[in-house]
Design a protein around this ligand. Structure first.
Ligand code: PLP
Length: 379
């Protein structure tokens, strides 16, 4: 048996006809830039995320970049965020000439620890970026309280968390000044290429993002500010509209797969000593989308040998992420030391992602669990 991290062929099998029809419609319409599908997708994703505005952009990275640009972040500013995320979270801060300032993560959720975040805020802090890592919301209430105390905005990096709910039922992207989604193909709602979106309940912020998306131009060819070409393709918007209708179903399947893994790992008696399962911290609060499992992350012993064993038996795995930001070569100038963020460093050393995609079958899940059982039973 071979089990990949993602099976896009299986993912698209049932909707292939609908995708091709949507693509044909766009091609025949000859409206390729900011057409009706973009508007429809913006309204659909904003509503899904409990927001009044959505602005479709070229990628999740550009969503973060343009949200920070709309806040006027630049040289001399500091932005507080996690050291443990996909590179874009910190990359966009540095690209604007601002300084990324890191705060360690909570070792249970892998999301930024609000107490640590509070401790690194300075008079130069201009924003906080909260990442909802792996599909579970960061602890937003204390983060929003810190931000309010200092009069600064919170931007949500919700690239892995579309539709995910915080303990009070508020959805990823609706709690901060804006939320940034990625439609990279491996995200829960993936395009057939690159795309992203900024969602917000702040009309002024939405308007700034909209203007920055088209080179800061308003009216056309008159520029009060400097933006860029951050547009989403009409084609991607049309394809995403097809896929968005299935998102809740896919999320449910990911959650079911997570439950099967939990039962399987418990029954195989590898938890506790060798494997720590992901904790869905908001599960008890009654929200249904507490964790949308963009990734299923295990903390394990003997990780590298385990990965070799899984690979030899056809099971893919991945490390998200092997190097925390403060130890990346490009951020050496920030002058952080090894040991500065022990929880992020331990997570980078000890965790592994295993396949959780919606089309995974119970037989495949049982096979993955069996490989863990075999590996850990051989002393
Ligand atoms: C995927 C991702 C991004 C970047 O999105 P792209 O669409 O690939 O540019 C940013 N932050 C996080 C946490 C991500 O997972």
């Amino acid at each position: 048996m071979t089990i990949p991290m993602l099976d896009l062929a299986a993912h698209h099998r049932e909707i292939r006809g609908d995708l091709l029809a949507a693509a044909t419609e766009v091609i025949d319409s000859n409206r390729f830039i900011l057409g009706p599908a973009v508007t429809e997708l913006e309204e659909a994703i904003a509503a899904y995320s409990q927001c009044s505005h959505g602005v479709g952009v070229s990628s999740g990275t550009d969503a973060l970049l343009i949200a920070l640009m709309a806040l006027g972040i630049g040289p001399g500013d500091e932005v507080v965020t996690t050291p443990y995320s996909f590179f874009a979270t910190a990359g966009v801060i540095a690209r604007l000439g601002a300084r990324p300032v890191f705060a360690d993560i909570d070792p249970v959720t892998y999301n930024i620890d609000p107490d640590h975040a509070a401790a690194v805020v300075t008079p130069r802090t201009r924003a906080i970026i909260a990442v909802h890592l792996y599909g579970q919301c960061a602890d937003m209430a204390p983060l929003l309280a810190i931000a309010e105390r200092h009069g600064i905005p919170v931007i949500e990096d919700a690239a892995q968390a579309i539709g995910s709910e915080y303990r009070d039922g508020r959805r990823a992207g609706s709690m901060g000044t804006s939320g940034c989604f990625s439609f990279f193909p491996s995200k829960n709602l993936g395009a057939i290429g690159d795309a992203g979106m900024v969602v917000t309940n702040d009309a002024d912020h939405a308007e700034k993002v909209r203007i920055l998306r088209v080179h800061g131009s308003k009216p056309k060819y008159y520029h009060q500010i400097i933006g860029g070409n951050f547009r989403i393709d009409e084609l991607q918007a049309a394809l995403l509209l097809v896929k968005q209708r299935h998102l809740d179903n896919w999320t449910r399947k990911r959650q079911q797969n997570a439950a099967l893994y939990r039962d399987g790992f418990e029954a195989a008696s590898v938890t506790g000593e060798h494997v720590i399962l992901p904790t869905a911290v908001y599960q008890e609060s009654g929200v249904s989308h507490f964790h949308i499992y963009n990734q299923f992350i295990l903390r394990v012993t003997r990780r590298d040998a385990l990965r070799d064993f899984l690979s030899a038996h056809g099971v893919a795995s991945e490390i998200y992420y092997p190097v925390p930001f403060h130890l990346q070569a490009c951020f050496a100038y920030l002058d952080y030391r090894n040991g500065a963020f022990p929880h992020a460093e331990a997570a980078a050393r000890e965790t592994v992602a295993i396949p959780i995609y919606p089309e995974l079958t119970p037989t495949q899940i049982a096979y993955v669990v069996e490989q863990f059982r075999t590996f850990y039973s051989r002393a």
